[in-house]
Structures are given as structure tokens and as C-alpha cells.
Design a protein around this ligand. Sequence first.
Ligand code: SF4
Length: 470
Amino acid sequence: MFNNIFMNNVILINPPTPDRKKIIRNTGCASESKGNYLLQPYDFLLIAGMFPSVCNVHYLDGLADNLSQEEILSDLIVKKPSLIITAIVDRLWDNDFSFLIKLRTQHPQTPILIFGDILVEKKYCEEVLQYADGVIASPLELNTEELALATRENLKADPSRYGLKNVHSGLPVGKKSSARKLYRPRHELFLKNLYRFPFATFKNYSTVNISWGCPYSCSYCLASQLPSYYREAEEVLGELRELSNLGVREIYFADLSFGIPYANTRKVLEGMINEKLYFHWSTYFHPNQYSEEFLTLMKNAGCHTLIIGVESYNLASLEKYGRTTPKEKIEDLIKCANRLKINICADFILGLPNESKEDVLKTIAYAKELNIDYASFNIAAPLPGSSIKRMAIEEKRLSEDDHHYDSMGKSKVLSSNLLSNEELVELKNYAVRSFYLRPGYLMKRLSRLRSWEHFLIQWEEMIQLFRKAS
Ligand code: SF4
């Protein structure tokens, strides 16, 4: 039974960013937009969906709603929140931490919950918990029924009862991959004009998760340390029906590795086809999940773009990070995607430890050899909880209190053991120019355009991509 007084005004706040930079905050990652896009913050979306309809949930986004910290704080005085949920990420540590302190000062009695990549590290959990009352390890773990009755003291005393992370239990390890439910996704709160997905064919889009977390174990990625959950196919299909009724035609399935568990995802895809839920959609897809039959099913259900991790020309070198992907699997997937006219965006990491300039140039050349549609070049960054961060601290290239890195390279870049930060930025910018400015490539892009709206989205992405890579 919900205590309606406590749950009357749940306020989710995505804090403003300095200089209105397009920085995305999630539990497993935080990064700056490389183009014009600004992704819907899918963890906030899931958290909103964890509250039943009787709860009054508001969502304020400093960037998408064009609100300053002061404007949000004034709005909170009017709204009288019974629960505040916000985010803090390593890339914006100073900004987000000072905002948290302001929230606590203005609302000394209100429970505040928080999530973000930096909270994978115990030291920062403890620091943040001087002001917040609980850390959310996964939106799908939140026990909102228990939360309805909790005071600040209760939350601190027994976090696991409310589905909050217990800082004393260390990192949230364990790949449970068990099913969790949302009460009601609240997409209407997140249909804001500024949100854009770079590969979308329509400007308005929505985000849906079939799964959350990732069962793979790439040690350079924080997601390898997150628990892993999925939502039953019937619940997801219900959400898709609602989105269809809202007039949404474009979807980003924000699963980190689409297709897990296989049977459940298959049911979603078959349901979409049988019920004629025709969306255009994109997703992250691990090449190990590939089979021609599954890709064909995805295509028939409306998939137009896959984002895959290739990372390096030297796939064997990734094994020490816990990533094993056979080259043939990647190349077969790309061939099949091209046959089916599914676009591929491949992620690459430049400057992993022990990579020389020649290695990085070979990775850039490999990106151009592959018949892919987009390439996302990332500088190896000391992200919270990653093996790259641990290694850099051990080698004294980084101090434990260093923040504000991301793989985009616009804020801070960590030199690798073989390449300086200037060389890494130069190589990344060279990679963008040399990949995208190829006449044959541009012709292929033009041939894949679906509409004037699609052209405008791609054009705006391209302009910003080059602006940010100069
Ligand atoms: S498969 Fe992707 S999301 Fe999963 S751990 Fe590896 S890099 Fe991270």
C-alpha cells in the first residue's frame, strides 16, 4: 500500500551542465555528445517507470528544459518534493556534487536518492552519502513500495530493503540476469524537443529497455560491473503499444547487448511483427549474439541501425580486458547487415595501454576497410571502476582524485604509456576526418537516406561531428 503523502511529489532532476554541454548521465556511463545528439536519459526514464500511477512524478532536465540550477531550486520550493532523485557523474563531478549540496541545504528533511557512474567507487559513495540518503545501483532494483514508507533515517539504516546499494558491500557484482518489472513507463515526461538520437530517421524518438546491464565482462567498461536484468516480453510489448498510441515511430532500444536473454527478446520481436508494431529502431548489439536468422528477425521487426563494439584492429589484444570476439563473427555480421540494408556504427577505442601510434593508425585503417556506415572513435579513458583507471593510478599517471575524463577527449585526456594526450586527440580528430570524408562513403550515406527529415538529422550530426573534431 502506498503512502500517498510521502509519494505525492517525486521529483527527478537531471542537473544543468556547465556551458550547456550535451553530456549524458547514466549509471553505466557518462559522456559528451560527439555530434548534435542528446540521448534521452534512459535511467531516469526507467526510474520514473518504477513508480505506480498513483504517484505524482515530475522530471526536470536542466539542459533539455533550459533550466539553471537556481531555476530548478526555485521550482522545488513550489513543488514541495517528498522524494528527490538526481544523478552525479565523474565527467561532471564538481558541478553535480555542488548541486547535490545545494539540494540538501534547501531540503534538509527530504529523502534524496542518487545514481551515476562514479558511485561504483566506494570512496565516492561515502562522500555522496554525506548529503544523499541512498545510492541507486540499478533503476530496476528500486523497491518503490517500501520507499513510500521510508524516512531519511530508514534509508540510511537499511538500504537494501529499498533496493538501494549498500556501500559496505563494495562493487555491485553478480550477473543475475533475472526479470524485473516496471509499473508504468512514463514516456510523456521524456518527449522533449532537444532529445535526439544520432541514427534516428525521425526527430522525435523514445527509449525502451528490454534488458538493463550487460552480461559481458570487458574490464575497460563500467557496465561489466553492473548487475544484469531483463523485462518480460509481454510487458515490453505493452509499452510499445502505448508508444504507438502516443504517435512515436522511432525507438532506441537502450539494451547494452541487445538479444539477451535470447528467447525473451525473440518474443518481443515476433510480437512486434505479429501485432504490426512498426517502429524504426536502433540498438547496441554484441557481435557474439549474431546469427543470420536473428538479424533477419530484427530487420523484419524494424531495425535499421546496429551499434557494435569492434574496438581495435587487433582483436586478440582485447582478450586481456576480458573481451573475446572472433574477427570472422564481426565481419560476417557486417556482411549480413549490408545484405539486409541495416546500418552499422562500429565503436573503436584509440590509445589502449601499450598501443603505439602505428597500432592506432592500423585501427583507423581497419575502420575504413570494414563496410560500415558510421564509426565512433573513442579515446581510452580512465572511467570509474575501469581497469584503465586502475592501471593509470598504479603507474602514477593519474591520481585517485582526478575527475572529468571521458572518451570524447574534449574535457581531459589521459596520456597512455606510449602516447601523449595531444597525440591522442590529434589521432582521434584525424580518424573522424579520414573516415567520414571519403567520396565513396558519402555516396553510400546519400543512398541510405529515407526522407528530408532523415537528411536534416544526419546533416546536423555531421556538422557537429566535424566541429567537435577540429
Ligand atoms: S559488451 Fe559492451 S557494454 Fe558489455 S561490458 Fe563489454 S563494452 Fe561494456
